[in-house]
Design a protein around this ligand. Structure first.
Ligand code: NAD
Length: 365
């Protein structure tokens, strides 16, 4: 079987980690041709557009993409291209497995939590109004006229839309995924004690859908309580389903449980298209230093292989990664006992060690 897959290197450490992932996938001997397309700053320089038509077109055509992180300026500047990609391609489900790997610096051996994050709305929808803008003041006047609560003027405002449609779609997706992955419990994460209408709706839909899956245990946990419980007893959680913003924050927390962002993979799934990328961002301070851990992107590529039906090759890849991490020799700084360990290797060298393990398995059948 031959595949054509879109590859977005991204910026910051993106090109280094996607190169590493490509090296490993190419070693598996699959017939994959890569359609390399740009997004973010590199695309702006080359195509005068942050998200060029040809990038979207390539992903729409190939239906599968592997992506490195893309920088989003903080506070001002352009809006997130990562969010734009997910919205534009309707990649509504963000799936992020946080699974312990022996040999990492995780303080929680055995952690295995599958995160399902809604990807299309909530405070991430980008519906925002600037401080001291006339439109914002008009909106505040309107809110103050129809609400019992007062909004101070001037204020900046972000809107948190939670729809029945998107909540039902992600919660159903989570239950179906639980069945497929043989997960036994889903926790719905919310703040419905305070956000009664938005998070309240998400929770209400969760409770309704849960009734249709009696074989799966369910509970609901308020997001602040979840943060504390995860740090104390992560083993009590199997799967989490969350609205967009809580999903973003809890993904990093869960990455911390398993030993850091360097090993946390992810997938953005829609009805027909899927885009795979690590949880981590562009880590600008490490750009071009051949320093960061490629595992998160390599494991994202493994999720991608499973998605296209290449389960055996995905298993080989995951086992090769696990072997290299367990041996602990050819690993990046974040996987050594201390972050200044002089024996740590670079991104490329770790990927090459993984390739060696892949080749051993392929040779021995
Ligand atoms: P980040 O995830 O880029 O980095 C935070 C820290 O995590 C790094 O300083 C580093 O210590 C560690 N880290 C990250 N990746 C690592 C790796 N592969 N190996 C070892 N350690 C690693 O988060 P940030 O600094 O908050 O964000 C930087 C930029 O990335 C921002 O512009 C942000 O918007 C963007 N971002 C993009 C995505 C995406 O493309 N999907 C996701 C998150 C953040």
């Amino acid at each position: 079987m031959s595949y054509r897959i879109s590859l977005i290197p991204g910026d910051g450490i993106g090109p280094e980690v996607t190169d590493a992932a490509r090296l490993c996938i190419d070693a598996l001997g699959l017939d994959i041709s890569w359609d390399i397309v740009l997004a973010g700053e590199p695309a702006l320089k080359q195509h005068n557009s942050l998200l060029p038509f040809e990038t979207l077109n390539s992903i729409k055509k190939n239906k599968v993409a592997l992506k490195g992180p893309i920088t989003t300026p903080v506070g001002s500047g352009f809006r997130s291209i990562n969010v734009a990609l997910r919205q534009e391609l309707d990649l509504y489900a963000c799936v992020r497995p946080a699974r312990y790997i022996e040999g990492t610096n995780s303080k929680y051996p055995g952690t295995d939590i599958l995160i399902v994050r809604e990807n299309s709305e909530d405070l991430y929808a980008g519906v925002e109004f600037k401080n001291e803008d006339q439109k914002t003041n008009d909106l505040i006047d309107y809110i103050n006229a129809i609400s019992e609560k007062r909004v101070r003027k001037p204020s900046a405002i972000s809107i948190k839309p939670i729809s029945h449609f998107a909540s039902e779609r992600i919660i159903r997706f989570a239950f179906e995924l639980a069945k497929k992955e043989r997960r036994h419990k889903i926790s719905c994460i919310h703040k419905a004690n305070i956000m009664k209408y938005t998070d309240g709706l998400f929770l209400q839909i969760f409770d309704e859908i849960a009734k249709k899956y009696p074989q799966i245990e369910t509970n609901n946990v308020i997001v602040d309580n979840l943060s504390m419980q995860l740090v104390l007893r992560p083993q009590e959680f199997d799967m989490l389903v969350l609205p967009n913003l809580y999903g973003d924050i809890m993904s990093d927390l869960c990455a911390g449980l398993i030993g850091g962002l360097g090993i946390a993979p992810g997938a953005n799934i829609g009805d027909t298209i899927a885009l795979f990328e690590p949880v981590h961002g562009a880590a600008p301070k490490y750009t071009g230093k051949n320093k960061v851990n490629p595992t998160a992107t390599i494991l994202s590529a493994s999720l991608m292989l499973k998605h296209i039906g290449e389960h055996k090759k995905a298993d080989i890849l995951e086992k090769a990664v696990a072997t290299v991490i367990k041996k602990g020799k050819n690993v990046t700084y974040d996987l050594k006992p201390t972050r200044t360990d002089p024996s740590s290797v670079g991104t490329k060298e770790m990927a090459e060690a993984i390739v060696k393990e892949i080749k051993k398995v392929l040779k021995n059948g």
